[in-house]
Design a protein around this ligand. Structure first.
Ligand code: NAD
Length: 267
């Protein structure tokens, strides 16, 4: 779609996107900004996050600001939310998306600190992001979207990912609790469950030597998706997130949506 044809459906809105420096978060931040939103990019402030900020600001000056936030750090999340409100005047959309695969290991060998790291980033990070944005979302209502996964919800065959899958299942329960609790404030909460998407997530994956001991051969090759026979693109997910963030999804809350080209139906 040419730039002139893009609908400005988020004009005057502000979105917080966690994990905005790469993959799904980056694609969504760009798409929301293209459609008029101001975007607060919460990520570990590395070169990639700065590059996302620059790319958006080249498109529309001042539309993006990168914040150096570890989403598992309570003080930093709270502070960055306040800084976002000060800069852009409020919050309408929250995409709690930052996540890591973490250490992949048999459960009996998994160190407690590795378990905690994955839970802290993926699940506690989701909780903190939403907790501190609620007071601001309450003012005019809004849309919260959480990135979970097919892992822990429809598939349980990613060997060594007990911590990851637990965090991803927890996010779905949390989304439903939040959807009901926040409905009276016109805050919608939905959760998306992608299958394999081509991003940089492998960089946050550490496989232990013991992993081979628990792997059961799978009938279908890894990553096979019947709809495309390839992993999804971050833009596929960004399109779903921008739909859920928009008024076109005004009656959708408390719902998990699988976006996986039917991958999880095979497993
Ligand atoms: P990615 O690695 O490309 O991007 C993740 C981003 O999160 C990175 O920019 C990283 O710096 C950031 N991040 C990591 N830890 C953080 C922390 N503590 N605080 C702030 N930012 C942090 O990966 P992605 O695939 O785009 O992942 C986004 C989300 O999608 C994750 O929650 C992941 O679990 C989920 N997901 C991905 C896939 C896939 O196949 N790629 C499938 C299902 C779900």
């Amino acid at each position: 779609m040419g730039e002139g044809q893009i609908i400005q459906r988020f004009e005057g809105k502000t979105a917080i996107i966690t994990g905005a420096g790469s993959g799904i978060g980056r694609a969504t931040a760009i798409k929301l900004a293209q459609q008029g939103a101001n975007v607060a990019l919460f990520d570990l402030k590395d070169d990639r996050t700065m590059e996302t900020e620059n790319e958006i600001n080249r498109m529309r000056k001042g539309a993006a600001r990168a914040f150096d936030v570890d989403t598992s750090n309570t003080e930093r999340v709270e502070k960055a939310v306040l800084e976002t409100v000060e800069l852009f005047g409020g919050i309408d959309i929250v995409f709690a998306n930052a996540g890591i695969n973490g250490v992949l290991s048999p459960i009996e060998d998994l160190k407690i600190e590795d378990w905690e790291k994955t839970i802290n980033v993926n699940l506690n990070g989701t909780f903190l992001t939403i907790k501190y944005t609620i007071p601001h979302l309450k003012k005019n209502g809004g849309s919260v979207i959480i990135t979970s996964s097919i892992n822990g919800n429809r598939t349980f065959s990613s060997f060594g990912m007990a911590a990851y899958s637990t965090s991803k299942a927890g996010q779905v329960a949390f989304a439903k609790m939040a959807a009901l609790e926040l409905a009276k404030y016109k805050i919608r909460v939905n959760v998306i469950c992608p299958g394999a998407i081509a991003t940089n997530i492998d960089q946050s994956t550490q496989k232990t030597d013991q992993l081979k001991d628990i792997v059961i051969p799978m009938e279908f090759p890894e990553g096979r998706q019947p709809l495309a026979n390839a992993p999804g693109h971050p833009d596929h997910v960004a399109d779903l997130v921008t739909f859920l963030a928009s008024n076109e999804a005004a009656h959708i809350t408390g719902t998990e949506m699988f976006i996986d080209g039917a991958e999880s139906l095979l497993c």
